[in-house]
Design a protein around this ligand. Structure first.
Ligand SMILES: Nc1ncnc2c1ncn2[C@@H]1O[C@H](COP(=O)(O)OP(=O)(O)OP(=O)(O)O)[C@@H](O)[C@H]1O
Ligand SMILES: [Mg+2]
Length: 1029
């Protein structure tokens, strides 16, 4: 920032936007404190003060204030900067160098001090501080003396005003009451003890210290299974892939290399007035862990120090707050209690909301339908905790505090979206993330355990795909020994690896020296009890269990010692001392797994409950709320009587939380698969499993069929296409868990579409594994469109088995790197059906170009390659050109939005001189200038196939157009030449006009966005109608 050396008025002028942004986006308190000073120094008169103080519109008031100050000249600007420094001591967040200026001369102050009203104004900032929290007493006095009416007193003390605002209101009203009233007030202030500021600072610092040491302790360990493994977060934390959309670049580019520190940055902000940052991700993708890391970084003073206080809430625990609480209670009793000066600390929070951060984990678990209907604005009045949270998010309470909310995707409704500042998608571990995680847990170095595990994982695509979900990666690393001894049936599915956890736990808690088949029967009752508890909880959206609930479910200490139930973290030490211990499953997916074990093995869960679990439901929003009402009614013993229980379960499955039910259903499918028949028989000892298995297979086949039946018939002359809904992906995942080839075959046997569209369906590596498992049975090849998912390089590995059944594959915006592209090409070389690939908006560089060149060289039926908006340069284009020279099938080549430049364009042009297949070439926005244009123009003289050449958004000038004009005179194939948004003037356009006199093939030349006036455009279009603007 070149602000050093500027005078104050120059600085305000140059950085006006920044000043307004900080002031307008900050708190009312800061704004009004600035006004206090300016009034005190007579820099603003009362009229001006009245004009700018309208707290509802901080941005416009800030703008007006800045204009006023700037109109008053250089000294006024200096004073403004002086007060700015006091109010925003962290001026670094402006990025501007602020000088220290002299305060106003004090001499005339004493002269005027005889008038009390004047003194009140002159000392306004300190008077406001001293009246802070004492307005009621001052008003009592003023009312007693007859200066204020009761109505005025009430009006000033309305709870919508903060104490500072009340003090200001009192001062403003006193001004109109004459000097007598001012004198009473002044005397009152002077009779009171010294300013409270230092006490306040002290109290704030003490509380900040306590809060950060509490959070540091709470965030130190990851709660993990068996209680024996207390892993330090710092030691195991690996960055997950976070994605957001860049809103500044019109097209909404996907930003995939963002990190935790970008959460509060300006990238990806789509609503500047909102202050909620949302992080969405599937189960086990690491949302809670990410928030924990954020809290830890703040508490250890390593990051996020712009916040004075961080309050961390878990929605799961918030659900448990009974009765009504005030905001103050919520913060102090449920997060951290200030040992001294509670009122002052709370006041500081109210006055400085921009210094406060709330983290809210697991919004999907909140038993509240987020609406704007219940308004609550008072920070002191009690209300149900969930209402407070809802109003906090809306900004009715503590406006301008920052909020980071994590949630599973489905729970975010339109009402909440209105309050989102920006949104991130958490996509689990990348390949490097998996490596880092395993190395951290098992030690690095060649020959180490870590390298063996990694070798195994990377050699088993299905396991590699699973590891992309951090929680699954943890299981794999934890149970690697059993996993690697897998024998003839290595783990493939999510169910398989959860069975490994079970196996691992049994092995480690068994007292028998001998291991093997004997372990399970000894623990059947534990598994049964845990399963029952898990399912009851799931049905009522209950994930925390009290001691009495455990007792009712007959869970013994020994059952707990297996490690699947962990003690719930309490809200604070105060609460911990007064409450009984609560337990929860170590992860919610573990609860789903135990519930699935119960559903698959228990006699009490029959056909109707099972069908209800698998029925595809239309309702999208979280249904936790409805279920909340059932918690009390729902007794844990409801499963006692067979048929009746089955019906009840059926009804409750309909209301339970959908995303967890989906996970449970996937586990049920896995457990009922033929591969686990033997194991499941041990659980139940009854033959009903095979009946259940048949039923479940039937539901799946029906579910998929229903999807296919809903496909509309093909539009005439167009390919028949199906846009799958996320539910389709879930069915496919269930089929994969079943590992039943016949079922997979049957599922797609009726799929008669040419194009399968799965855009925005949340498809990651795991889903790719399942998709490939099913789609490899397709009878006819399809176009597979997977745009806007998170397939990534690991997902590409998973898709390989079905690539042979794809005619085309579209992978726009899927975070694919060169490695993924190389894997794709390698497989594509052997897939005769595959003719088209689209990979725009990924992370491809020149390193992948050789692979695509190889594809072009060896695949003589290949039709279309689209690599737009990647990072290819001239080097990549030169390599591609080599492949192009040896190919005579390709018809479409898209390189829009790369940086091939002149050298790249020339190489491609050379390769195309004798090419007879390519009909469409896009080199839009590729830094192409004179040399590239000459090459392309001379290619046009020889080429006889190219029909459309797109060169928009380059640096072409008139001289280059002259070359194109010559090229066109000798060309008989080109129909469309796109030259919009270059630097062409009328002169260049005239070259085209004369060239077209000799060319009848060209249908249109696009020239919009160049350097011609409206009259010139009219003139040239009159001369040649084929010019398009
Ligand atoms: N960034 C990470 N580094 C290391 N381990 C991680 C990371 N993220 C998650 N894990 C592991 O995965 C487990 C599950 O993650 P977490 O509980 O954060 O998932 P979640 O997204 O909150 O799931 P849910 O939607 O069910 O609440 C953690 O307990 C930890 O073992
Ligand atoms: Mg979580």
């Amino acid at each position: 920032m070149g602000s050093v050396g500027m005078s104050a008025d120059q600085l305000l002028n140059a950085e006006r936007y920044q000043f307004i942004t900080v002031l307008g986006g900050g708190s009312v308190e800061n704004f009004e404190t600035i006004l206090d000073h300016l009034l005190a120094w007579d820099l603003l008169n009362w009229e001006e003060y009245e004009t700018v103080r309208s707290p509802g519109q901080l941005y416009s008031s800030s703008r007006a204030l800045l204009d006023m100050v700037m109109c008053k000249g250089a000294r006024a600007c200096e004073l403004f900067i002086l007060v700015w420094r006091q109010v925003f001591p962290r001026s670094q967040f402006l990025g501007i160098e602020l000088k220290d200026y002299e305060p106003p001369d004090e001499t005339d102050r004493s002269a005027a001090a005889t008038q009390s009203a004047r003194t009140l104004q002159r000392c306004r900032p300190s008077v406001v501080r001293r009246l802070h929290g004492r307005t009621a007493a001052a008003l009592l006095l003023l009312h007693g003396c007859g200066h204020f009416t009761q109505y005025e007193c009430d009006e000033i003390q309305l709870p919508i005003y903060t104490p500072s605002q009340q003090a200001r209101k009192l001062l403003d009203l006193t001004k109109g009451k004459g000097d007598d009233a001012a004198r009473v007030l002044l005397e009152y202030i002077e009779s009171e003890p010294s300013p409270i500021k230092s006490v306040l600072d002290n109290a704030r610092l003490k509380y900040q210290e306590k809060l950060s040491s509490t959070l540091a302790a709470q965030s130190r360990f990851l709660t993990n299974y068996a209680g024996t493994e207390n892993m330090c977060l710092e030691d195991v934390y690996v960055n997950c892939t976070l994605e957001t959309t860049d809103t500044t670049s019109g097209g909404g580019r996907l930003l995939s290399s963002v990190g935790l520190h970008d959460i509060f940055g300006s990238e990806g902000v789509f609503n500047r007035d909102a202050d909620v940052v949302l992080i969405v991700g599937d189960a086990g993708s690491g949302k809670s862990t990410l928030l924990q890391r954020l809290q830890q970084l703040w508490a250890m003073r390593q990051h996020f120090q712009e916040f004075t206080f961080v309050f961390a809430f878990s929605c799961r625990r918030l659900n448990f707050i009974d009765g009504q609480v005030s905001l103050k209670m919520l913060l102090f009793e449920y997060c951290c209690w200030p040992d001294h000066h509670q009122d002052e600390v709370f006041q500081y929070i109210l006055d400085h909301p921009e210094e406060v951060l709330f983290t809210l984990d697991g919004f999907d678990e909140l038993k509240l339908q987020f609406t704007e209907q219940v308004k609550h604005c008072s920070p002191t009045k009690p209300a149900p905790a969930l209402n407070l949270i809802s109003n906090l998010l809306q900004g009715n309470l503590l406006k301008n505090t920052r909020k980071v909310v994590s949630s599973r995707p489905n729970a975010v409704n339109a009402a909440l979206r209105k309050y989102l500042r920006k949104e991130f998608a958490l996509k689990g571990f990348s390949r490097e993330g998996i490596q880092a995680f395993i190395r951290r847990r098992h030690g690095g170095g060649s020959g180490s355990d870590a390298e063996h595990i990694l070798h195994f994982v990377e050699a088993n695509p299905a396991v590699h795909g699973l590891c992309h979900v951090p929680f699954f990666c943890w299981i794999v690393s934890k149970c690697h020994e059993q996993l690697m001894q897998g024998g003839e049936a290595p783990a493939q599915t999510m169910t398989d690896i959860y069975l490994l956890v079970l196996d691992h736990a049994l092995l480690h808690c068994t007292h028998h020296a001998q291991v093997g088949d004997d372990i399970l029967p000894a623990h059947i009752s534990t598994i049964f009890h845990l399963g029952k508890l898990a399912m009851d909880g799931l049905l009522s959206c209950n994930y925390v269990f009290s001691a009495s609930q455990l007792q009712e479910a007959q869970i013994s200490e020994e059952d707990i010692s297996m490690g699947f139930l962990v003690q719930s973290r309490s809200f604070s030490r105060v609460r911990a001392a007064t409450r009984n211990r609560n337990y929860e499953f170590l992860h919610i997916t573990i609860q789903c797994f135990f519930a699935a074990l119960h559903i698959a093995s228990s006699e009490d869960v029959g056909e109707s409950a099972l069908s209800s679990l698998f029925r595809a439901r239309e309702k999208e929003t979280s249904t936790c709320l409805k279920s909340a009402a059932r918690i009390e009614r729902f007794s844990l013993s409801c499963l006692r009587c067979g048929l009746q229980t089955d019906r009840r379960c059926k009804a409750m499955f309909r209301d339970a939380e959908k995303s967890n039910l989906h996970i449970t259903a996937s586990f049920v499918s896995g457990l009922l698969s033929g591969r686990h028949k033997h194991l499941m028989h041990k659980f139940s000892g009854s033959p009903r499993q095979s009946k259940k298995s048949k039923l479940v297979k039937g539901y799946m086949a029906k579910g998929i069929e229903k999807h296919f039946l809903s496909i509309p018939p093909a539009v005439r002359d167009e390919k028949k296409s199906m846009h799958a809904l996320p539910e389709f992906v879930w069915w496919i995942k269930c089929i994969y868990e079943m590992q039943d080839d016949d079922l997979a075959k049957q599922a797609v046997s009726n799929l008669e579409v040419d194009h399968l569209k799965l855009t925005y369906c949340g498809i990651g590596p795991l889903e790719c594994t399942a998709l490939a498992y099913v789609l490899r049975h397709l009878k006819n090849p399809v176009g597979l469109q997977l745009d806007y998912n998170s397939v990534g390089d690991i997902g590409i590995e998973q898709l390989l088995p079905c690539l042979g059944n794809c005619q085309s594959i579209y992978l726009r915006a899927n975070n694919i790197c060169d490695r993924g592209a190389a894997t794709l090409v390698e497989q594509a070389l052997g897939c005769s059906n595959l003719q088209k690939m689209a990979l725009f908006h990924n992370n491809l560089t020149d390193d992948c170009a050789e692979n695509f060149a190889r594809l072009l060289k060896h695949k003589d039926n290949f039709l279309a390659l689209r690599l737009g908006n990647n990072h290819l340069t001239a080097t990549g284009a030169v390599a591609l050109a080599e492949g192009l020279k040896q190919n005579n099938s390709i018809q479409f080549l898209g390189l829009w939005g790369n940086k091939v430049g002149d050298a790249g364009a020339s190489a491609l042009a050379k390769a195309l001189e004798d090419n007879t297949s390519l009909i469409w070439l896009s080199l839009v926005d590729n830094n192409i200038g004179g040399r590239g244009a000459r090459g392309l123009a001379s290619m046009l003289k020889r080429n006889t196939a190219l029909q459309e050449l797109c060169l928009e958004e380059n640096s072409l000038i008139d001289e280059d157009v002259q070359h194109f004009a010559e090229g066109l005179q000798n060309n008989t194939s080109l129909r469309v030449l796109k030259l919009s948004n270059n630097k062409i003037t009328k002169k260049g356009m005239e070259f085209i006009v004369s060239a077209l006199k000799h060319n009848v093939t060209v249908a249109s030349i696009w020239l919009g966005g160049n350097q011609a006036t409206a009259e010139e455009i009219e003139e040239v279009t009159k001369a040649e109608a084929r010019l398009t603007f």
